[in-house]
Every structure is written in C-alpha cells, then in structure tokens.
Ligand binder design. Structure first.
Ligand code: X8Z
Ligand code: ZN
Length: 612
C-alpha cells in the first residue's frame, strides 16, 4: 500500500522512475543481507542481556539497540521501494523485497518508537519481577515469584483458599499494574499499523498468515474442535466437583478458573493423576522417575537433543551450551523466566533461556524450545528475511511434533522412564487423557487471547471494559469463571499472562496445535508406520526426519500453503488429524459423560462475577 502511494507520487512527477533491473536488485539485496545480520545481532544481544539480567540500565540499552535496528529497517524499506519489486519476474526476489519493504513498527517516528519500546519493557519488567506475599499460614513475610513458587502452588495444591491466594495475588501484582500503560501501548501499535496501510494492529498481525479470511479459518477450526473440548470439560468438571465437594460450582456450568492446575487454566496436565481413566494402571507423569534417576536440567536437554539427532538434525553447537540460560540464576539477578529460544542472526549463535525444573512438563517444554533452535539452524542459510517460520504457527509446532513421539508410552518405556507394560489399551487411554489435558484443554485458550487483542486493537471495546471483555472470552470459550469478583476496568487479568505485556501474538499456538497433528500424521506415514497415530513414534526414522527437515530448511521463503502441501499433501490447515488422534478417548468420554450436562452458559460469566 505504502509502495503504491509513493510510486504514484514519484512517477507522476516525472522526475524518477523505479528500477526493474533485477540483477542490480539482487546485488543490493546481497549487500543488505551482509549488513542486516550485524544490526540484528547487536539488538538481539542487548535484548538477551536485559532478559537475563533485568535492570533499568539493561532495559535502556536494549531499547537503544531496538531503535537503531528500527532506523536501519526504515532506511532499507525506503531503499527497497526504489525498485519496482511488485513486478519482478523472480518470485523469490519479489518476496524478499516485499518483506524488507514491510516496515512494521519501524514506521513510527523516533519519539513514538522510543515510547513504544519503553512501555513494552516497563510491562515486561513488572511481569517478570512481581511477587506475592502473605501466603495463608505464613508468618515469616516471605514473598513468592511466579516461577517457580506460584506455578508450583497452582499445579500441586488442592487447597481452595491457597489456590485463590496465588491466583488473585498474581493478578494484583502483575496485570493490575498495567492497564493504562497497555492502553497507550496499543495506541502506538495501531498508529504504526495505520501508517503501513492496515486498519489496525490486529489486521497487521493477521497479515503474517497470508490468508484473506484467516480470522474465519480460525473460527471454523475452533468450531470443529469445540465438541472435543466440551467432553473433556464436562468430565474434568465432574471430577473436580468431587475433589472440591465443600465448594459450590457456578450453576451456569463454568469451572472455577483456579482449580485446573495452572495459573491460566491453559494446560490441565497437573490434574493427570486425578483424571486418569484407569487409576490402577500406569500413569504418564514421569516426574518421580526423572528425579529418581538423577536427571538434572542438562539431562532433559540431552534427551531432547538425542531425538532431533535421531531424525538427522544437527546437535546443539558449543555456543548453545556455553551461552544458554537453562536454569533460574541464584545470584540475585532478576530474569525473564518465561521460556524462549533465540536466533542471533549470525548463523552460529543460538540460545535457549528458561528456568528449567526436572519434571514432565519441563521435559516437554525443553523439546518445544529446542524445536525452535533446530528450525533456526535448518534455515540459517536463507536470506535474513526468510529466516522465519513458514507462518508463526509452524515455528511453534516443531518441538511439539517431536514431543508427540517422545510422550508415547512405548517411547517412554524405551528410554526407561516408564515401567514395562506400555502395550496395554488401558495405559493407552490413560495416555490419551494426559495428552488431552495438555492439548485439548489448551485449544480455546490459544484461540481467545488474540480474539480479545484483535478486538481491543479494533476498538470494539474501550479502556473501561478491558477486563470485562477479557472475561467475556474466558467464560465463553473456556467455560471457566473467576473464583473471586473481577472489576471490568480496575483489574487487568490479560496482563497476568506473559504474552500480553511482552507483546507476543498468541494465535500462533492455536495454529500450531492444529498443524502439529497434520505434521505428525505426515511423518508417521513417511516412516511407514501402521496403526493409530497416537501410538506412533518416529524416533530414528530418516524418512520422517527428511520430511520435517525439508519443511524447516525452506523457512519463510515461500507461502506456507505451498510448504504445507509439500509436507502433508494439503494446502489447508485441518483439524481432522487432531480429531482422529483423540477419537478413542472421545468415544470413552462420551460414555463416561452420559449423565453429565455438556457445556456452560456461553453468553458470558456467571451473574455478579464481573463488576464495573
Ligand atoms: O510461550 C510458550 C513457549 C515459548 S514460545 C514456552 N508457549 C505458550 C505459553 O506458554 O503460553 C508454549 C505453549 C503456549
Ligand atoms: Zn515457542
């Protein structure tokens, strides 16, 4: 859009014509690729320093480097538009130019850009350094951070009041401190989007999926998956009613949000033991075994690495082991604990930052993060603009698709983390339940965060109802309700979830949870696997590895439907492989839920739970 405006002005003035010399354009872009790596390296390095040592000074340095990088992006976008790139014959070159010409937030004035990054780091700092004090029964004045203490309470406590303390306290100390900052921040994001020719920042974010009807595509996928979620929801609700029998649940059918084993009710895996279909058979939580066998954090990383290498991918490089932060520092430094994987754009420096603990969830998260690193390494030969996922959901799916194999009872048995006897239909059902508590439980959560943000950017609601609108989607999609009254304007519970203050778009995870089952099926087929896909383990399969690697090394150099087609035979995202994978569990749940009323009142939260 911007390019069109410029070109009309310049061409009609008759003083300047854009060049269609593709050879010269190639030379220019080669030089660009030389230069941009250093600029991005400097920015990523400063950002890493801030993330692993939160101080005002480091925050300022990172923001300065962000500004330098934005100024560079801005300048290069202008230069790129000296070419008539939309009419290039070479599709790849045209695509590369289109990405360089997309200024993103660099389109803002220096002042706006600096304000934007400051507001962003203020929120990230609040989130990452918040602590909650006054735990019921404590007399020693201890205050607890989210990671590991509050997360540990949320997953292991079954004490209603203690859970309310952690749930409410976390929201008071994090989100509640940010709504005004977030309002200003969103205005700046929208301002950049409008300069770039988008209606608002939500439309800009959705443009990364290169599909005109992306919002509708997501809605359709959600509707396909909703019946699975409703079955799981009804089953878990009835078990929780037994566990918390002294407490009244809302008559509307919602589940109180604080008893699902997770601060955001996004994964219910912590309830695995209580939800096990066959309680006398082996469960899938390997935490005790990991500890018994003396695994440490590095041990989890080595397990993950071994699987990727078995598929023909590269091991982690020395730089990775030397520079990654794989546990929470004990030297008093404040850090951003939320797990992330980092590409330094120099082809040799890749890092993970996470506050690992030895348990089943971290074993899976470690695979997730290493999947990002493997993707970085597979596409490192690409021009910088193509060093990205085919779409953001692809990036989130790599490690998860590996974890689908790793988690199978057979694989766990083969690496000595589960006792023999995995080949049992009842163990199988226990396994599918544990997978559902991770994956099916997540689907509406993965969907709703950006429903809320897209609507906020689109000004569908205003500052007075930031939290009211948040709870609208929480109650409607997840069928959960706040355990204590929330204020529509005073609280800001969205800000208590990392990706909102950190400004990481979220629909990518929803997309990934659909795609990873498409990938898994394709890889199992490539490995000539025969049988139900939930039992498929592609460990050591060159064929599965080659298929995945062919997708990964393509990066973002072509539109994702082409890349998806090459891998799976389909140009579309489809929920069918996910639905098929869980079919045996669904059949079991339908019988189990025969006497349950499915669903909840989808018009909103229980009356009185949200006040102005
Ligand atoms: O943020 C993450 C990863 C980093 S990309 C740890 N995830 C989402 C979350 O934690 O909310 C992975 C699953 C969803
Ligand atoms: Zn990720």
């Amino acid at each position: 859009m911007l390019w069109l405006v410029l070109s009309v002005v310049l061409l009609s003035s008759g003083c300047f014509a854009q060049s269609d010399d593709e050879e010269a354009a190639q030379i220019w872009v080669d030089q660009y690729n030389q230069d941009v790596q250093g600029v991005y390296f400097d920015y990523v390095s400063a950002d890493w320093t801030y993330n692993t040592n939160i101080t005002d000074h480091n925050s300022q340095l990172a923001n300065e480097k962000a500004a330098e990088s934005a100024a560079f992006d801005n300048q290069k976008a202008i230069e790129a538009n000296n070419w008539d790139w939309p009419n290039f014959q070479n599709e790849s070159l045209k695509r590369e130019f289109s990405k360089i010409a997309d200024m993103g937030y660099a389109a803002l004035s220096d002042e706006d850009f600096n304000n934007m990054t400051k507001l962003n780091s203020n929120m990230t700092t609040i989130y990452s350094t918040a602590t909650v004090c006054n735990k019921p029964g404590d007399t020693n004045g201890t205050c607890y951070p989210l990671d590991p203490d509050l997360e540990e309470v949320m997953s292991s406590s079954r004490d209603w009041d203690e859970l309310v303390w952690a749930w409410e306290g976390w929201r008071n100390e994090s989100g509640r401190k940010m709504p005004d900052t977030y309002e200003q921040f969103a205005e700046l994001l929208n301002k950049a989007a409008v300069i770039n020719g988008y209606a608002d920042n939500g439309e800009y974010w959705r443009s990364w999926y290169e599909s005109a009807d992306f919002r509708q595509i997501c809605e359709n996928l959600w509707l396909e998956l909703k019946p699975l979620y409703q079955q799981l929801h009804a089953y878990v609700r009835s078990k929780l009613r037994d566990i918390y029998s002294g407490h009244t649940f809302p008559g509307t059918g919602h589940i109180p949000a604080h008893i699902l084993g997770n601060m955001w009710a996004q994964s219910w895996l912590a309830l695995e033991q209580e939800m096990r279909p066959y309680p006398n058979k082996t469960g899938l939580d390997v935490t005790d075994e990991l500890i018994k066998q003396g695994y440490n954090n590095t041990g989890l990383f080595l397990l993950a690495e071994d699987f990727f290498v078995s598929l023909g991918m590269d091991p982690m490089v020395d730089n990775f082991w030397e520079n990654s932060m794989i546990e929470k520092p004990t030297d008093g430094r404040e850090v951003v604990c939320h797990a992330s994987a980092w590409d330094f754009y120099n082809g040799i420096d890749f890092r993970i930052k996470q506050c690992t603990r030895v348990n089943t969830e971290w074993l899976i998260t470690t695979h997730h993060e290493m999947g990002h690193i493997e993707y970085f390494m597979e596409y490192k030969h690409q021009p910088v603009q193509f060093r990205d996922g085919a779409n953001p959901g692809f990036h989130e799916a790599i490690g998860d698709v590996i974890a689908l194999s790793v988690s199978t009872p057979n694989h766990m048995e083969s690496i000595g983390l589960l006792p023999e006897g995995a080949d049992d239909p009842e163990v199988d059902m226990n396994f599918l339940m544990s997978e559902a508590l991770k994956k099916i439980a997540f689907i509406p959560f993965g969907y709703l965060i950006d429903q809320w943000r897209w609507d906020l950017f689109g000004e569908e609601f205003d500052r007075n109802n930031y939290n009211g609108a948040w709870w609208d989607v929480r109650c409607r999609y997840q069928g959960i309700s706040p355990p204590v009254t929330r204020s529509a304007s005073g609280d800001f519970d969205a800000g208590a979830k990392y990706h909102v203050p950190a400004n990481t778009p979220y629909i990518r995870y929803f997309v990934s949870y659909v795609l990873q089952y498409q990938f898994h099926k394709a890889m199992c087929d490539a490995a000539n696997y025969v049988g139900p896909y939930h039992r498929c383990d592609v460990y050591k399969s060159n064929e599965a590895g080659d298929l995945l690697r062919a997708m990964m090394e393509t990066g973002a150099s072509r539109p994702w439907p082409e890349i998806l087609e090459q891998m799976t035979g389909s140009r579309n995202m489809t929920a069918q492989p996910l639905i098929d994978y869980f079919q045996p569990l669904m059949d079991w749940l339908i019988e189990e839920n025969a006497d349950e009323t499915l669903g909840w009142d989808e018009t909103g939260c229980p009356v009185g739970s949200i006040v102005p």
